[in-house]
Design a protein around this ligand. Structure first.
Ligand SMILES: [Zn+2]
Ligand SMILES: [Zn+2]
Ligand SMILES: [Zn+2]
Ligand SMILES: [Zn+2]
Ligand SMILES: [Zn+2]
Ligand SMILES: [Zn+2]
Length: 379
């Protein structure tokens, strides 16, 4: 035995390890049986005894010919006589039954799959066919939501709609409800983008607006909310309404408005002998955005008309929670009576001052009753 110097011994050991790792990582190890061998191995595919080159792996043996000719398993690389096809790829029996994941719905083996979180931390795997059925569809293009999706909540009804990433990236938000607008829906002349579901309910005639105004006044009477002056109804576009909203203060008129409607009034006062201010007259106007969806027009009109009731009775400034909360609370009751339950429910969930004010009034009503709210806001 030749004695190697210590450092050389070390490098031989490393080299041998590397060669061994390389051989095993190839999975298949190449062998040779001489034609004089006592017992020759048998090829698993053609069934013949092998003399000469052959291949072995994990208990499988193949002659060189079969190894070269056969299709190999897409997952483990083993040559196969019989194979199972999944999504156009060939797999051996073992891989098909044990290594490939199975669809949680139809139970079929899958190569490509989609995962879906069912509950916190728990995910299921589905095949494309099953996922297409359970994934839901994009509200705009209608395609199954297999990839990334975007969920948007209507700021009118609070309902959620789902969109594919592609549509979500290029669509504009609906002016009325905040949902996404399909590219085929062109904006109104004043620049408002309207979604398909709002578009179906748009009002195009001034007569219809006046009809809704009459309905709203009737409902106020039924609720015992008497408004002594008749505010003039003005139907305007977005540009006009925005202009009116900022012109507050200059004329001394009182303006309460938001992006869809506005109540404006001039009040006449008289000071009593005991120093109290009394309202002697009031002239009001309601401005409402044109081309509103029917239900939204009903809500905005009820809200603005409630301002008219309030302004007849109140002389001093109160916070927005009271002023807007009250108008929204009256509108909320009118919407419920009219059967517009989704909008009414949506109003209670809004995070802005209108939502806050409405929740405050609903709580107050629970404690003090309907009349109690009226007394509270006007005292
Ligand atoms: Zn063979
Ligand atoms: Zn395999
Ligand atoms: Zn499936
Ligand atoms: Zn889409
Ligand atoms: Zn909309
Ligand atoms: Zn208001």
């Amino acid at each position: 035995m030749k004695i190697l110097p210590e450092n050389k011994k070390g490098s031989y050991r490393i080299l041998t390890t590397i060669i061994l790792i390389m051989l095993f990582s190839l999975n298949f190890i190449f062998f040779y049986t001489s034609s004089f061998a006592q017992s020759a191995p048998k090829c698993e595919i053609c069934g013949k005894y092998i003399y000469g080159k052959y291949w072995r792996s994990g208990g499988h043996t193949f002659c060189n010919d079969c190894y070269g000719r056969s299709s190999k398993c897409h997952s483990c690389g083993i040559p196969m006589k019989k194979y199972y096809k999944v999504e156009g790829k060939k797999f051996c029996r073992d891989c098909y039954y044990h290594r490939l994941p199975r669809c949680a719905k139809c139970g079929k083996s899958m190569y490509h799959y989609y995962t879906r979180k069912v509950r916190e931390g728990k995910t299921y795997k589905y095949c494309k066919k099953c996922m297409t059925k359970i994934a839901g569809n994009c509200t705009i293009c209608g395609k199954a939501l297999l990839g990334k999706k975007c969920i948007i909540k209507s700021n009118v009804t609070g309902q959620e709609k789902e969109y594919c990433d592609k549509c979500a990236n290029k669509a504009k938000n609906c002016f009325h409800c905040g949902l996404l607008v399909a590219p085929k829906d062109r904006p109104l002349p004043d620049g408002r983008y309207i979604c398909t579901s709002c578009r179906r309910k748009l009002i195009y005639s001034e007569n219809e607006y006046h009809g809704i105004y009459r309905q709203v006044r009737n409902q106020f009477r039924k609720l015992g909310l008497k408004v002594n002056h008749l505010p003039q109804l003005n139907i305007v576009d977005l540009k006009e309404l925005s202009r009116l909203n900022v012109s507050d203060g200059k004329s001394g008129d009182k303006v309460v408005g938001d992006k869809m409607g506005l109540y404006k009034c001039t009040k006449f006062y008289r000071n009593n002998q005991n120093g109290k201010t009394k309202i002697t007259g009031i002239r009001g106007r309601i401005y409402i955005l044109n081309h509103l969806p029917r239900d939204i027009a009903y809500w905005v009109m009820s809200h603005e008309y409630a301002h008219a009731w309030y302004e007849e009775r109140v002389t001093e400034q109160k916070g927005l929670i009271i002023v807007e909360g009250f108008a929204e609370w009256v509108a909320y009751h009118l919407l419920l009576r009219k059967g517009y339950k989704n909008i009414a429910k949506g109003l209670t969930k809004r995070k802005n001052i209108y939502g806050k004010g409405l929740r405050y009034m609903i709580d107050l009503q629970k404690k003090k009753g309907f009349r109690g709210v009226l007394r509270h806001v006007t005292r």
